[in-house]
Design a protein around this ligand. Structure first.
Ligand SMILES: [Zn+2]
Length: 263
């Protein structure tokens, strides 16, 4: 008799458990990558990839660069419209590099893949190659491309990956071919990222929850991005608080050049 009723009791317990799980918890589990098949090496990393988009915010980045360095963070700064950068802009870039940070590109005209109406190859020729040419002339490494406005397709990413090692997207709708905001091993060249901007809810909206879940798993690679600092942008004090807490627990804030390279 007991054998017949036990499955029913288990089913009831599962039903009650599911009812207790809020929708937000389900979403957070989804974005933390915990529903992925995580066949990672045993020594899987604990890495956070922090990046900033849009060089209109270079002055903010220059002010932030030493603070990040002092807290052990290597960030990746994504430059758009590289061919029109002037001496003052490059001087600001030198400051970022002097503090140990690395560079990516973010569209020569900041035009998204589908918005452009261009084929993948034509988009790469217009939005990526001119920027890369200037960076190469200056002897600067480009460690990633971030798609303008997160507007992308798999075909455009594949075309871009012939020229850059990594592509980062934004926190848009989930896609099957994109590694989520956080993932077990950080494998794959294309990654979505959680926003840190105040206008999207701020540093404390998603990142601490995602880190918590990865902390429970014991490993993971987490992607987060912002634009400006202060106001509607990234709350620097809140960010550095998360940096300090997570670093004390063994998380390493690395640039896209080091993604999953050291575990
Ligand atoms: Zn942008």
């Amino acid at each position: 008799m007991l054998r017949r009723t036990a499955p029913a009791a288990v089913a009831l317990a599962i039903t009650m458990l599911l009812a207790a799980v809020s929708w937000q918890q389900i979403v957070v589990h989804e974005v933390a990558g915990l529903r992925l098949n995580e066949a990672c090496p045993a020594e899987a990393p604990k890495q956070v990839l922090l990046s900033f988009d849009d060089r209109a915010h270079l002055a903010d980045w220059v002010a932030l660069a030493p603070e990040l360095e002092a807290h052990g963070v290597k960030a990746t700064f994504m430059l758009d419209r590289v061919t029109t950068m002037e001496a003052e802009d490059w001087a600001n870039v030198d400051v970022l590099l002097a503090h140990g940070h690395v560079l990516g590109v973010h569209g020569e005209h900041h035009v998204g893949a589908t918005a452009s109406g261009l084929s993948p190859e034509a988009w790469v020729a217009q939005e990526l190659l001119p920027s890369l040419e200037v960076m190469a002339e200056r002897g600067l490494d480009v460690v990633a491309l971030t798609m303008p406005r997160g507007d992308s397709t798999s075909a455009h990413e594949a075309a871009a990956l012939d020229f850059v090692p990594r592509v980062r997207l934004t926190a848009g709708p989930p896609r099957d071919d994109v590694t989520p905001w956080a993932s077990g091993c950080g494998d794959g060249p294309v990654h979505a990222a959680v926003s840190l901007d105040e206008r999207r809810g701020g540093v404390d909206r998603w990142l601490p929850d995602v880190l918590d879940l990865r902390r429970a798993a014991g490993f993971g690679v987490v992607h987060a991005y912002g634009h400006s600092t202060g106001g509607e942008g990234v709350d620097v004090d809140a960010l550095l608080a998360v940096v300090d807490e997570s670093s004390a627990e063994g998380w390493r804030w690395v640039g896209y050049d080091a993604l999953n390279a050291e575990v």
